[in-house]
Design a protein around this ligand. Sequence first.
Ligand code: NI
Length: 177
Amino acid sequence: MTRLKIFEYPDPVLRQKAAPVAEVDDELRRLFDDMLETMYAAAGVGLAAPQVGVTKRVIVIDTHDEEEGEAPRPLYLANPEIVFRSDEQICHDEGCLSVPDQHAEVMRSASVKVCYLDYHGKPREIEAEGLLAIALQHEIDHLDGVLYIDHLSRLKRQMLIKKLQKMRAGERAGEEE
Ligand code: NI
């Protein structure tokens, strides 16, 4: 397995609409594996293909809680589609590997039902609530070129981007020393 480069805001690849995959073949399974490895290495809960520069409708998610001693439970989803959203909303502090070291509270549906093709190309359906529901909505957004910061008010988004730029400027200054 290979660790892939994670593209960061404001890279234009994050704004493209990803294309459905025709089938889940060995090449796609390799992408699934590499994305999962990349996500684990970055301590993320979810990763969408556009974040590694691949504009395909492919995501991986694992919401297991290591501190609680839970075993990994990776989910591989190709062509995921939200077919139901609850009216009930929940607020959660979200982050994104493409917007490093930032986080902000976002409102999303408390539960969702998602149809997708699994690691073997088999059609499946998952009903999720809590962190998994949030991760599914966040990652499926990525496939449409949407970042969690787009759900914030303009002011909050600008503040967050400013903090990100300040952090990057600090990192660059550190490298030059
Ligand atoms: Ni993200």
